[in-house]
Design a protein around this ligand. Sequence first.
Ligand code: ADQ
Length: 484
Amino acid sequence: MSNSKTIIVSNRLPLQISIEDDKLEVSASVGGLATGMKSVHTEGNGIWVGWTGITDEDLNPKLRDTVNKRVKQEKCVAVNLTEQDIEDYYLGFSNKTLWPLFHYFMEYTAFETKEWNAYVEVNQKFANAVLEQLNDGDTVWVHDYQLLLVPEMIKAKKPYTTIGFFLHIPFPSYEIFRTFPWRSEVLEGMLGADLIGFHTYDYERHFLSSIKRILRLEVNFNEISYHNRIIKVDSFPMGIDYQKFWNAALKHNSDHEEKSDLQRRLDEHIDPEHNKKLILSIDRMDYTKGIPNRLRAFEYFLNAYPQYKEHVRLVMLAVPSRSNVPQYIKLKRETDELVGRINGQFATVSWTPIWYFYRSLPFSDLIDLYTSADVALITPVRDGMNLVAKEYVATRTNTDGVLILSEMAGAAKEMNEALLINPNSYDDFANTLKRALEMPEAEQKTRMKFLQKRLKRYDVEKWAKEFLSALRATRELQEVIVAK
Ligand code: ADQ
């Protein structure tokens, strides 16, 4: 047992890999999952199985060999995918079927048999890559909606392997999920795991309801009896690397000399004496994040409370994402038009109401933004968790600032001290924004301190550890049942 290891499996490896003129550049990725899994990954013989982000067509045999060797040095194993795989499995079934369906965007959901077949095939490629690395006693932790079938594919070949699965997006209600042609196959795929984790209790409840009504399995509280196994289902709200954001903000606030250009431009608008405030929103450019809704509601706010003209600026950062999927192209166009229209309508010679960035910014710029914003406006129409809301809170080292958070984000379930809104109600939005801008400092601090205390205690490392210890406990329970 001492040589046993944990194998992490996700669509993408936690590495940024690029090739220019046959030269390979590899760096660690800074995403939330990569950070959270860092200690699990680096501990003992831990490995990570996933795609490199480069398709087979972009690699000649020599380069592929170099990539594989380099990836191995990072304790990773590459799953090789072709352009067609990415087209059908990733851009297709994952992002045109599962993503919209699980986020309640039925009108965007495509049901294509060809893409489903590719999804099965590619899930099998991932499972095979894991099986090649797998020894008795190892633990496998599979992540997210791109790999729903992998747990069962591994369990079928190696029944005694301990397998955990975590879904990073919502699990929809039964009424949505039942419309899905491959509903049984997907549920059975997930049931290959011994422990299935979600961000919130609601997603867990929806999943169990589908298990009961579609597969007609016996569910006892949060345990499912299936093929002589007990499978546990539980919620594990994912945290962030709290200390990293806190320390970066502390450093930022004490470094008075070296201000970035972005910080200097942000400072030009901030003027507490004249009640001039910055409002911040940060998201991937995704239709689930409610960007057009937010812009329309901001326009409504400026009309409803004209005293705020020239006094507030919305800094809106949208990171390009899946930009070759038609709905994302449409969303980008709609966002560009709305920003143009609102700025055209309200701007004066000295004031632009919305500053809009469509790009990915380096970490230091993110910290400039988080620490400068009086209000964070995080209003997705549907979101598994939302880490941006948590990152904003972690950078408020002076315990001031107000978080406005959509009820539709998983994060709302544990961030009660935020101002929670229904992102579809312009009135709720406008009144809450006014309340945030006028909130007395003492109230800001009381709310912020509660939020910070909770996030600090349950950070992303704790999240990973709790999941793994619950997984071990589930296996022990199964062994007791078998022994009886
Ligand atoms: P995402 O939908 O990607 O994740 P989110 O949880 O907000 O959403 O995480 C985004 C991450 O990207 C944050 O860590 C943020 O700092 C970073 N980021 C955002 N904008 C950036 C920018 N302009 N430049 C650089 N970095 C930027 C999915 C689910 C979520 C769930 C997470 C984790 O959709 O609901 O919270 O997984 O489980």
